[in-house]
Ligand binder design. Structure first.
Ligand code: WTA
Length: 634
């Protein structure tokens, strides 16, 4: 693959070229892949209409690039190392050849159950090999996978299944998460009461827990797989055919089904993986994310496999059976590149340092972080104790919508700086915008982070709702992609992401829209209205604070019960990750004269910042602020 950066001067040279002639730049990179038919036009873009196409009329199948083209030289090399939740269970090394057979068998099973090109298949699986097989099997036959994180509730699952009219759900009997065992199938059964489009459910056996099977609808994968052929010719896909849908929270409304297409996503994830992790043949790479999020799609599965890399799939959590687990896995598999989230770093940094020190971490070459801003203490701890000050840290900024990493140091080329994502990757043109919509020139500026020109990995639309796509990302600053994040540029031109500027709160690296949580709370009879804001939390990054007004006064005992009931309903409707850490009942919420809740003030109060609340005199009800401060929930 061309344009793999090995020094800072080389980075600048390539970046000039990429920005001068993006079409030539990306086509030179794309040439290293297997295409069934070459593209006719590299790029067609209208950022005002949010219409972006890459490699038009090119035909390919991404699984040929992830698997088949490696078979001759690396058939027996390990593609995936599956590290189970329990330390009692052995790790599995899955070679490219085995991966090919498993994916083809699964693809044949899907076909046999009537799945065709363009059909949507919902994948609700734990982090087990079947998850990788299923996604790749969909891609093999041109079905669109929609992976739903297996920690979401049945209501959240149903709304995602219905939004994309999925024809099939692939799940497991149960999942292991640390000491917990969760019956996934029962969650699916509940979701399907409201999901008429689903014809079949395929069930992988993992925990052997007791489940119900609906005859004619539900099948065990193991029964179908054993009879399936290991040969399945890859469907011919156009570069712009959808590869997958992945839902992400918006500041308002239902989750947005971001649609990623085939050719551009392939080229972008492969190229960024190689540059950001400087992956060399024989390296062992580990990203600890869940495949239910974009990080797992792009940098556990597609990016690594496209590069013929060995990628670890870890089923469990950082704290099970104890806080040694991550360091133990690094030592055991001699991990070279380790990619995790600030929230995991912060929680592990709280543990006794002996957990780290008793392990040999000398295999590590590069460390990565993703998902939220990393604070300087966590960065330094990671650098000192895990990287032993010899491993560059790549603080990678990107989003579900961007498909791949946009801003990140290139290790051993870009000097790192704590909490800075540093420079854009090749071909990316970030700009900082003033609230008035002006591009801020020069360095030492703060603004809203936009991207000026299209890149191959950008999502092309929101499933079934292009208007919302256009409005959410391309209307705040017409002609630019707006990320929803703010950032600053330091004197060297390095970017530091400072956080969301909309009503999305990132809790332990998970994006949560506040509106659906508020809607859930407001469904309680006694609740008049509510407002959710994030406040700083030393492990989760942010935690959720709910301000709730009631229709009539209630006793302290009733309040305690209501707090529990509110969190139960949130857990039920959205998932346990969206539970509130603090709830304060108030008489009223501060509002503007036009009736909008002033979240800015609530955010400050939640963060214990009672001064500098700004001008509250223009509020409709300034007294609400005083009342809330007086009774501030500890
Ligand atoms: C935040 C995850 C600071 C940001 C890949 C973004 C970050 C949102 C970083 C997207 C980082 C991600 N530094 N903030 N390195 N990486 N974010 O869609 O607010 O789950 O908009 O994609 O996470 O989260 P998403």
């Amino acid at each position: 693959m061309k344009y793999i950066v090995k020094s800072l001067p080389e980075y600048f040279k390539h970046q000039d070229k990429a920005l001068e002639n993006p079409e030539l730049f990306w086509s030179e990179i794309a040439e290293s892949f297997t295409w069934k038919k070459p593209w006719k036009k590299v790029l067609t873009a209208n950022m005002h209409k949010a219409e972006i196409k890459w490699f038009e009329e090119g035909q390919l199948n991404i699984t040929e690039n992830c698997i088949d083209r490696h078979l001759q030289e690396k058939g027996s090399d390990t593609a995936i190392i599956f590290e189970p939740n329990s330390t009692q269970e052995k790790a599995q090394h899955i070679s490219f050849k085995q991966l090919s057979e498993e994916v083809n068998k699964m693809a044949n099973v899907l076909k046999q159950k009537g799945i065709q090109k363009g059909d949507r298949v919902c994948v609700y699986l734990p982090m087990i090999p079947e998850l990788a097989y299923t996604m790749l099997a969909c891609a093999r036959i041109g079905a669109i996978h929609s992976v739903v994180f297996a920690g979401y509730s049945s209501t959240a699952l149903a709304s995602r299944i219905n939004d994309a009219s999925c024809k099939m759900v692939i799940t497991a009997d149960g999942s292991y998460r640390g000491a917990k065992e969760i019956n996934l199938k029962s969650i699916v059964d509940k979701a399907l009461l409201d999901s008429p489009s689903v014809e079949n459910v395929l069930v992988a056996k993992r925990t052997q827990c007791e489940i119900e099977m609906t005859s004619g609808r539900d099948f065990f994968l193991s029964d179908l797989i054993s009879a399936a052929s290991t040969v399945c010719s890859p469907e011919t896909m156009n570069a712009e055919d959808p590869l997958f849908i992945l839902y992400t929270s918006g500041s308002t409304g239902t989750p947005k089904g971001m649609v990623h297409t085939t050719g551009g996503y392939m080229v972008y994830t492969a190229h960024t993986f190689k540059n950001v992790f400087q992956y060399e043949d024989g390296d062992i790479y580990w990203c600890t994310a869940d495949i239910g999020w974009i990080t797992g799609h792009s940098y556990i599965l597609y990016g690594p496999l496209l590069n013929g890399a060995t990628t670890i799939l870890y089923e469990g959590v950082p704290s099970y059976p104890d806080h040694n687990r991550f360091w133990e896995i690094i030592e055991k598999h001699k991990v070279n590149q380790f990619y995790t989230a600030p929230t995991a770093i912060r929680s592990l940094a709280k543990q006794d340092i002996s957990h780290v020190e008793k392990h040999d971490l000398s295999s590590l070459k590069i460390l990565g972080t993703v998902g939220e801003p990393i604070n300087v203490e966590a960065w330094n701890w990671y650098d000192h104790h895990i990287g032993q000050q010899r491993c560059p840290i790549v603080d990678t900024w990107w989003q579900t919508e961007t498909g791949g990493i946009l801003i990140s140091p290139i290790p051993f080329s870009t000097p790192t700086k704590a909490t800075f994502a540093t420079f854009p990757l090749l071909g990316i043109q970030p700009v900082l915008m003033s609230d008035e919509g002006k591009e801020l020139e020069g360095n030492l500026v703060n603004g809203n982070l936009c991207i000026k020109t299209p890149w191959p990995g950008i999502a092309r639309t929101i499933w079934n709702n292009h208007k919302r796509y256009l409005e959410t990302y391309f209307s705040a600053y017409p002609g630019y992609y707006f990320s929803g994040d703010a950032a600053l540029r330091d004197p060297a031109g390095y970017y530091r992401i400072t956080g969301r500027v909309d009503d999305v709160v990132i809790v332990s690296g998970h994006n949560l829209g506040t509106a659906p949580i508020e809607n859930t709370i407001n469904e309680h009879q006694i609740v008049a209205e509510s407002a959710i804001v994030g406040y700083p939390h030393d492990i989760k990054g942010n935690a959720l604070f709910g301000f709730v007004t009631l229709k009539r006064p209630i006793s302290e005992a009733e309040k305690s019960a209501l707090k529990i009931a509110i969190n139960e309903s949130i857990s039920d409707q959205i998932g346990p990750i969206a539970k509130l850490s603090k709830i304060q009942f108030t008489f009223s919420l501060p509002k503007t004269r036009s009736g909008k809740i002033m979240r800015r003030i609530l955010r400050k109060i939640a963060a214990n910042e009672f001064t500098n609340l700004g001008d509250t005199s223009t509020l409709l009800n300034p007294e609400a602020v005083q009342e809330i401060i007086k009774n501030r929930e500890k």
